[in-house]
Design a binder for this molecule. Structure first.
Ligand SMILES: Cc1ncc(COP(=O)(O)O)c(C=O)c1O
Length: 435
């Protein structure tokens, strides 16, 4: 692979944009690269960089591209919407249509509000939960990422973990003291906190995917639901990643648990900038102009983005019977074969998978269920894996703390080509280990 154009663009970027990127994981720092690739375009299962290199893509814009890059149906909708105007700052019919579709898929939401990002959705969800309960504190799990608003950047996952820390600087003592943290899976820890403190909301990724993919369970989520109900704490499911991915109705449908508030993100914009939060009517009635919890946005419910989301969600609804089964089959196929390669080259790995998501942890552990397991997994092996794939036309997440995403466009040929390259990577890792 040649990367000379990407390198030149990076030299310009780093002078004018901190780290040369607009979101830290994109810098490829934790996988020993001095600069990232700069993407020029995407189609189907592939992205193409500024040097003309083609890659089978397992990032898929961090989740939304279930239908692959530049899906024709979404693109046609966007083309029509663009012809009508870019943004009005006034309501449009399409916002209502998308709202109706999403609420149909998520019966826990009587009402919904659109935002422009997942960060805005979780930030607003926390605010409305505080107002509804008249309580200040919130509880989150270590290693779960809910965007970059102040109160949620505590013991966080994703790019913070990638860069080797969990708490951002620049957050006031007051905010820090109001954010409590528990360990994912620790029912008694959560109970102790919620029974002793007045907590407005427990916000959680029902399927954590920002410290790599971590197994969840119906039992754990049921316990969270019950403890929240008993203590008057609102349960917020942050389904920015799991929504429309682990099932049409997200983790709440998959596990059969009803949260009080749900947050959704990028997926409901079909890859365009949309987020949303929603829940029971009495909670959503707190929001201005009905109530006095302020939430707004010039680009909230942007007509082009909601049209993309409408096309995407309509397609998922129409095709859900086969689509989710096929996505899962692809992941089962590739991960079973990766496990075989791990055995063949004596590379210790543990794969967590659910629906169209999976993470390969380079570890001797039988189970990866907690943040410390992920932190202890082998960063050097992950880097060899990532770099071998990149140099051979496959792009995996540039961090061991993220999930791989598969789309309906990933063909059997793509998966087999990926496996050939993973074999090269595992051979190298085996040699590093002296096998
Ligand atoms: C679970 C979760 N919540 C919130 C967010 C923030 O979304 P955004 O990046 O659109 O602000 C993310 C981002 O990946 C996420 O994974």
């Amino acid at each position: 692979m040649r990367y000379s154009n990407s390198e030149k663009i990076y030299e310009r970027a780093v002078k004018i944009i901190p780290g040369g990127v607009n979101s830290p994981v994109r810098a490829f720092k934790s996988v020993d690269k001095t600069y990232p690739i700069f993407v020029n375009r995407g189609k189907g299962s592939k992205v193409y960089d500024e040097d003309g290199n083609e890659y089978i893509d397992y990032i898929c814009s961090w989740g939304p591209l279930i239908l692959g890059h530049n899906n024709e149906i979404v693109l046609n909708g966007v083309r029509e919407a663009i012809e009508l105007g870019s943004s009005f700052g006034l309501p449009t019919k399409m916002e209502v249509e998308l709202a109706e579709l999403v609420c149909k898929c998520y019966p826990s939401m009587d009402m919904i509000r659109f935002t422009t990002s997942g960060t805005e959705a979780t930030m607003a969800a926390v605010r409305v939960a505080r107002a509804f309960t008249n309580r200040n504190k919130i509880l989150k799990f270590e290693g779960c990422y809910h965007g970059h608003s102040d109160s949620l950047l505590v013991s966080s996952g994703s790019g913070l973990l990638t860069d080797g820390y969990q708490d951002s600087n620049g957050i006031t003592e007051g905010v820090l003291k109001d954010t409590l943290v528990a360990k994912f899976g620790d029912v008694e820890g959560v109970r102790a906190i919620l029974e002793s403190e007045e907590v407005a909301a427990l916000i959680m990724e029902p399927v954590p995917a920002n410290m790599g993919l971590i197994d969840s369970s119906k039992e754990f989520l049921t316990a969270m639901r019950d403890i929240c109900t008993e203590t008057g704490t609102l349960l917020i499911f942050d389904e920015v990643i799991s929504g429309f991915r682990v099932a049409l109705g997200g983790a709440q449908e998959y596990y059969g648990i009803t949260p009080d508030i749900t947050t959704l993100g990028k997926i409901i914009g079909g890859g365009y900038p949309v987020g949303a939060f929603g829940g029971k009517k009495e909670i959503m009635d707190m929001i201005a102009p009905v109530g006095r919890v302020y939430h707004a946005g010039t680009l909230s419910g942007n007509p082009v983005a909601v049209r993309a989301g409408f096309e995407m969600v309509s397609y998922l609804m129409k095709n859900k019977e086969i689509l989710y089964k096929e996505l899962e089959e692809k992941v089962v196929y590739i991960t079973d074969k990766i496990e075989e390669l791990g055995e063949k080259y004596e590379v210790p790995i543990k794969i967590n998978r659910l629906g169209s998501l999976f993470t390969i942890f380079f570890t001797n552990l039988e189970e990866v269920t907690a943040l410390n397991h992920v932190i202890d997994s082998n960063t050097e092996h992950y880097s060899v894996y990532f770099n071998t794939l990149l140099d051979n036309g496959v792009i995996a997440p540039p961090s061991k703390y993220e999930a791989h995403f598969v789309s309906i466009e990933h063909s059997k040929e793509d998966l087999d080509k990926t496996l050939e390259v993973i074999e090269l990577a595992f051979k190298k890792i085996g040699e590093l280990n002296g096998k």
